[in-house]
Design a protein around this ligand. Structure first.
Ligand code: ADP
Length: 499
């Protein structure tokens, strides 16, 4: 186990005592309102990617624990007090959770940064954003309406919008607090119960939020948290015959496995997957915004974001000037201590991710791309890669087609509007896109033409629970956030009555 002083050292004095206390406490699974060890007794180490030191030991839940959680969640859903709780009370629970997340935002942000490596400023935003998400869905709990339909005079027909039931929710390591909120808040608002599995790389904030959930006295079994690995605990959730719905955020590769595993009981599936988003820049763009925001577009969370703007398309006659500006601006941004409030780019989350990004830097150079900036991974402790900007990239190169998940952008020239759209859409993904121009008609034409679930005009990475998020093509199935999550977490019953 890690010696606590090393955590304090790593935190440069900003670690709160609440975080240190949490790290020292033994970690267990949350099943049926109780903290229990994994049935196998196994645990695994979770680390700080900034210095590779062990932060804590976490239970390695697997199929046996998932089975137990499903049994208890099913009881809570069918027979427990949750099944008799009305929408106002559900809203009150969600509001209390939001308040607690806000009160503990600083502590949660530090914990997230220690475990994930994301810049503390970003982690703070994610923690307060999670509170907003819970509040937003608290509002929905009392507004989930059915319809009365214009039936024949001898009949009365109406619809009920009912919860789906037991929901398996598998989240990734790149925004654990936010992803937990996107999953649990709408599920509970609609009256479902949840079995949440955080990613093996970043289990800590979910466990801490599990403790906070206990403080609001949610009925036992309504939220269960199973830490463990994807191939075991995750796969058991995806295949479980008594889970009614699975919501997954992660890689396209695993999304396909989840979809296959779901066919056993035809559980409902929503998938938010990878991306290779085009960020299209015209010469009339407001560079003062376009440069820092485009950098943020591919460097936020060290580029480990499914909607990262990693293909930067720039009109040919403006290409060299843009690259010069972007490179100059980016050269002042270095990967560094994520707990330092001025850091933009922290470490990558794991050794595996570091090796993957390093591999793509080599592939890019072999393919003939030229690093205008960066291009090398760092040596030494921690998984740091400085921002990298590749030029001389063609859209058919591997680095322009595959998701790198590091702070790496490919700048690709385009001839005209049509060419920008053709190249932008020439990808198997369709999660997000952006366009920078002061020509308002062109901006909206391009927003329509790009095949992506979200398009940003003169901005990047804006995400708000009021608006749907999800992907075209292989970037996913379904939309989360906004009223769309209500659709994911409810099912419709049509009732006919003979008058
Ligand atoms: P990434 O490639 O970004 O690491 P993954 O798609 O591998 O993301 O992981 C996202 C989440 O999916 C994690 O919680 C992980 O444990 C889980 N997972 C990985 N493999 C499987 C699987 N075969 N079945 C179910 N869940 C899985």
């Amino acid at each position: 186990m890690a010696a606590v002083p090393s955590i304090e050292r790593a935190a440069h004095g900003v670690t709160s005592s609440a975080v240190l206390d949490f790290l020292k406490r033994p970690k267990n699974l949350l099943i049926g309102g109780k903290w229990v060890p994994a049935k196998s007794g196994k645990q695994f180490e979770t680390i700080n990617p900034a210095n590779e030191e062990v932060l804590a030991l976490v239970p390695e839940g697997d199929k046996a624990d998932v089975d137990e959680a499903v049994k208890i969640a099913r009881q809570a859903y069918e027979e427990g007090p949750w099944s008799r709780i009305g929408p106002h009370q559900r809203a009150r629970y969600l509001l209390k959770i939001a308040d607690l997340l806000e009160q503990h935002a600083d502590e949660l942000a530090i914990l997230e940064t220690l475990n994930n490596g994301m810049a503390i400023s970003l982690a703070r935003g994610m923690a307060s954003g999670a509170a907003d998400t819970f509040r937003y869905y608290a509002g929905w709990a009392t507004k989930i309406y059915g319809e009365t339909n214009p039936s024949d005079p001898s009949m009365f027909n109406y619809t009920l919008r009912e919860p789906v039931g037991v929901c398996g929710q598998i989240i990734p390591w790149n925004g654990p607090i936010a992803m937990l909120a996107w999953k649990i808040a709408p599920a509970l608002a609609c009256g479902n119960v949840s079995i949440l599995k955080p990613a093996e790389q970043t289990p800590l904030t979910a466990l801490r939020i599990g403790e906070l959930l206990q403080e609001v006295d949610l009925p036992p079994g309504v939220v269960n948290i199973i830490t463990g690995f994807g191939e075991t605990a995750g796969a058991a959730i995806a295949a479980h015959p008594d889970i009614d719905k699975v919501a997954f955020t992660g890689s396209t590769e695993v999304g396909k496995l989840i979809l296959q595993a779901s066919t056993g009981n035809l559980k409902r599936v929503s998938l938010e997957l990878g991306g290779k988003s085009p960020n299209v820049i015209f010469p009339d763009a407001d560079l003062e915004n376009a440069i820092p925001t485009s950098l943020f577009g591919f460097c936020m969370l060290s580029g480990q974001v499914c909607c990262a703007g990693t293909r930067v398309f720039v009109q040919s006659d403006f290409h060299d000037r843009f690259v010069e500006h972007l490179t100059r601006y980016a050269s002042n941004v270095k990967a560094g201590d994520p707990l330092d409030a001025s850091t933009t780019v922290g470490p990558l989350v794991s050794r595996e991710q570091f090796n993957r990004v390093k591999g793509y830097l080599d592939i890019g150079k072999k393919e003939g791309a030229k690093p205008a900036l960066g291009g090398e991974a760092r040596t030494g402790k921690g998984f740091f890669v400085d921002p990298t900007i590749f030029t001389d990239v063609r859209n058919n190169m591997q680095i322009a087609r595959e998701e790198i998940f590091g702070p790496v952008a490919s700048v690709i020239p385009f001839k005209d509007e049509n060419d920008a759209v053709l190249q932008g859409n020439d990808t198997t993904y369709g999660l997000a896109a952006a366009v920078w121009t002061q020509d308002i008609s062109r901006a909206h034409r391009i927003a329509r033409a790009l095949k992506a679930g979200t398009v940003w005009i003169n901005c990047y990475n804006n995400i708000d629970p009021i608006s749907p998020f999800g992907g075209y093509k292989q970037s996913g199935i379904g939309r989360e956030l906004g009223k769309h999550s209500i659709e994911l977490y409810t099912q419709i019953k049509s009732v006919y009555a003979k008058l």
